[in-house]
Design a binder for this molecule. Structure first.
Ligand code: NAD
Length: 352
């Protein structure tokens, strides 16, 4: 097959982890006879330095023309001064909105060899394999904001259409997995959550009768996520609850550096990125964990290019490499020596 991929390495460790992602992507393409056009473009702080704009027009246009966008990470102290007028994050919000991606998928799998890397007890983590589907473009983050001398207001709004499309996305995913969907809300207090619950119930009952739907209050979900995480399959929730719970869930795996994400809209085009940031504390040292990026490449192959076999092969290669000790310092076993970003990339390529 032929496909165009826009590659945005970004800032800090972004270019380091993206380099490994591209090596694996090229190797897979060569092996399976796919013609991938990979175009690297400036984005985030790097683009501010070059053009004054975190999302230059050429970058945006190339992303809109592409079949998929692969992003490293953006941001860093250089562009974070409180008085800064342009910020790397504006580029990310602009890109998500231009691509129309409203569903953020974050799979969390606990690798058997890394049961000890988490702060939770190994027996709680055994068999964890869940996916969060977070609504990305609505809710309180995007509602009207007001400030009075003695008060402040943030409005939370959801439309029926916004809830329908995200619940459908989650239900479609659950249908391909263990067919268990948990919808998370705060329906005992919030009107938006009562609407969310009604719509989720109707969509699943009428369109996905094979799926078991459970509603869970967000406070209870936060507790069950660390008490019995292996019971979950797919979880769907609104923007702010998802923001908080996905960070909690990421800690089940042991390191931010391990986890991928996909942001999807209508159609197959998506934005793929590891969940971590630009990690200025370790940038330039060649020790960033590339696995979150490699697994994001696997999501890209699966969701945007329809290459399930290649996606699964890459996931297997990452898993086998980790099992055989290919680990950067963030997940290295106590007393064992750690590998560099490039060496972990080499180990995964060898498995591929
Ligand atoms: P961070 O995710 O960059 O780092 C948090 C901690 O995790 C650091 O100690 C870091 O060294 C470690 N870490 C992160 N990724 C790792 C990897 N691949 N391998 C090994 N260790 C890793 O979060 P932060 O420090 O809060 O933010 C740093 C910058 O990144 C900020 O400017 C922030 O705005 C930005 N950020 C960007 C994104 C994004 O690009 N989508 C997301 C989060 C934060």
């Amino acid at each position: 097959m032929k496909a165009k991929i826009a590659v945005l390495p970004g800032d800090g460790i972004g270019p380091e982890v993206i380099a490994e992602g591209l090596r694996c992507l090229r190797a897979l393409a060569e092996r399976h006879g796919h013609e991938l056009t990979l175009t690297e473009l400036p984005f985030g702080g790097a683009a501010i330095d070059l053009t004054g704009n975190p999302l230059p027009r050429d970058t945006l246009e190339a992303c809109l023309r592409a079949d998929a966008v692969l992003l490293g990470a953006i941001g860093g102290p250089k562009w974070s001064a409180p008085e800064a007028k342009v910020r790397p994050e504006q580029g990310l919000l602009g890109l998500r909105s231009a691509l129309g991606v409203y569903a953020n998928l974050r799979p969390v799998r606990v690798h058997p060899a890394l049961l000890g890397a988490s702060t939770l007890k190994p027996e709680v983590l055994e068999g964890v394999d869940l996916v969060f589907v977070r609504e990305l473009t609505g809710g309180i983050y995007f509602g009207e904001k007001r400030r009075e001398p003695q008060s402040a207001t943030d409005v939370c709004t959801y439309t029926v259409a916004e809830i329908e499309r995200i619940v459908r996305a989650a239900a479609r995913l659950a249908h391909k997995r263990r067919r268990k969907l948990v919808s998370i809300d705060k329906a005992n207090v919030l009107e938006t959550s009562r609407l969310w619950r009604e719509v989720a119930t109707r969509i699943v009952r009428t369109e996905f009768p094979q799926i078991t739907l459970e509603h869970m209050l967000v406070d209870s979900a936060a507790m069950h996520l660390i008490r019995r995480p292996s019971d979950f399959d797919v979880l769907v929730t609104e923007n702010m609850f998802g923001d908080i719970l996905t960070d909690e869930a990421s800690m089940l795996a042991g390191s931010l550096g391990l986890l991928p994400s996909a942001s999807l809209g209508e159609g197959t085009r998506g934005l793929y990125e590891p969940i971590h940031g630009s990690a200025p504390d370790i940038a330039g040292r060649g020790i960033a964990n590339p696995c979150g990026t490699l697994l994001s490449v696997a999501l890209l192959l699966r969701h945007s290019l329809g290459l399930e076999g290649e996606a699964a092969a890459l996931e297997r290669a990452v898993s086998e490499a980790i099992a055989q000790g290919a680990r950067t310092p963030d997940i290295a076993a106590k007393g064992a020596s750690a590998l560099s970003t490039r060496e972990v990339g080499d180990a995964v390529l060898a498995k591929l």
